[in-house]
Write a protein that binds this ligand. Sequence first.
Ligand code: KG4
Ligand code: ZN
Length: 340
Amino acid sequence: MSPDITILGIESSCDDTAAAIIQNGKLLANVVAGQSIHKEYGGVVPELASRAHQKNIVPVVNSALKKAGISKQQLSAIAFTRGPGLIGSLLVGTSFAKGLSLALAIPLIEVNHMQAHVLAHFISDEAGAKHPSFPFLCLTVSGGHTQIILVKDYLGMKVLGETTDDAAGEAFDKAAKIIGLPYPGGPLIDKLAQTGNPESFKFPHPNLPALNFSFSGLKTSFLYFINEKQKHNPDFILNNTNDLAASFQKTVVDILMAKLKQASGQTGIIQIALAGGVAANTGLRAALKNQALLANWNIYIPAFEYCTDNAAMIAMTGYYKFQKAEFCDQNITALAGYAL
Ligand code: KG4
Ligand code: ZN
């Protein structure tokens, strides 16, 4: 019998400190410590994020080991997020992973966070979980990313299109702020939209070539539209909150779906996956399900805890890289702009 492959995954690219253990491809523990401090500031404050990571990383890793019932000596390798992300935040996870790998004399595996979001589709914590087969397209949408990725293999991916400015989640959060909702406002827009009319207001779609996205113009037109309406009715937001949320959400979902359909048409691929925090959006899920019926798409949406930032996806990527002996050495550095 071959020895167990036990991977500790560490994630610290933004405002979640996370650790997970995957043994022979099966998830044993998945611990995430969020950072509520950023709520007070209406967005992630990088300096506060790195300080919180420093405070959280040891307890989070210990908790993952304890939950998995694994001792440090049983670990085969340590996988960590090298980038992309906030440099101060990435440095905490990178330094910790390097130190622990040195102390335990086990291999170190660097992981691209965007690749890991895609591989979240292969996290198995239950028997019979349905995974996409290759090749498939993955729409990764979160507060920091918006990409359409062609996934040829576990470690063979190509970005077909991405945002040229704001990410989709960022657009949701900024629109939410404009109508007076707290950070992060994406889930609140989603909730309000459920009782609003998505056809109430129309906002322009960006006209970008190929499979790229842009969301900053939409945010600006949303702001100008509301400012204009408020000149005549100071209670405009109050009187139309749900319709504004529903109309904004529909615009974002339509923009995402248009490019996804285009990508599917161009590649002939009908295996379509979602990843990232915005994959929780009710409107996006409904649109995807509808398109699956219309165009025979096979769709895949991971459980919410694997859509948002987590270390299970880092450990999973580490597991595939371990089998190909894709290790790195102690000279490795964090990379804020790590392209896929
Ligand atoms: O993946 P994630 O947890 O963190 C990163 O940004 O990497 O994604 C968080 C983003 C936030 O912008 C949040 O507002 C958005 O995902 N989000 C949503 C929903 N749930 C989370 N946006 C729209 N509808 C939702 N239900
Ligand atoms: Zn992420």
